[in-house]
Design a protein around this ligand. Structure first.
Ligand code: 2AM
Length: 184
């Protein structure tokens, strides 16, 4: 028992902060992925895994996880609404994704999370933040114009999540460890 406890406490976890859509929106995104992919081959992200990453943390030990949780608990960001209105395809990585504009509230949240990462000794992403919610990977070929318009999906964002990524033989499984509410 104590050995198991020790293992858990000292283990590193692969973590990221994300926006996790409600079930109904995930279903719509999954359906959209099927429509966009049509007869092309690709590995679709299972409906339960669909999310938007805000900050990728990589492998993190328990001490650093605590630090990150403490830092982001102090974040005072407001709720915002996302409008997902286009799809894209990155041929080199074979990724089919949906995107939309980045409202000021989202930018503020991402910046606050990045400050938290820095405070805990992690290096935040330097590329400008953009929305790309992955619908499918390993897509070999897809004819999609650059910003392929989709019927808009409205996503009221009221919280963000800390998520653990587990790599299993059947693929990635994500576990939402903790959520934080955004201010109104
Ligand atoms: P992706 O969907 O564009 O692949 C869990 O792996 C989440 O973290 C996914 O949303 C993935 O984005 C993202 N991710 C994985 N590795 C990453 C990295 N090295 N840098 C930034 N994001 C990463």
């Amino acid at each position: 028992m104590s050995e198991t406890g020790t293992t858990v406490e000292t283990a590193v976890k692969r973590l990221f902060f994300a926006l996790w859509p409600e079930e109904a929106l995930r279903q719509k995104l999954y359906t959209l992925g099927g429509e966009l992919l049509a007869n092309n081959r690709g590995r679709r992200v299972p409906v339960e895994n669909l999310h938007q990453t805000l900050a990728f943390l990589g492998y993190v030990n328990a001490e650093r996880q605590l630090c990150l949780e403490r830092e982001v608990s102090a974040v005072q960001s407001s709720a915002f609404t996302l409008t997902l209105n286009h799809a894209g395809f990155w041929p080199r990585k074979g990724i089919l994704w949906v995107g939309g504009g980045v409202p000021e509230g989202l930018l503020a949240l991402v910046r606050a999370l990045q400050l938290g990462l820095t405070a805990c000794g992690l290096e935040p992403e330097t590329r400008p933040f953009q929305i790309h919610l992955t619908l499918a990977r390993n897509v070999r070929r897809l004819h999609l114009e650059r910003e392929h318009a989709i019927a808009s999906l409205t996503w009221p964002v009221r919280q963000f999540a800390l998520v653990a990524s587990l790599t299993l033989p059947e693929g990635a499984r994500y576990e939402v460890l903790r959520t934080w509410d955004l201010g109104s």
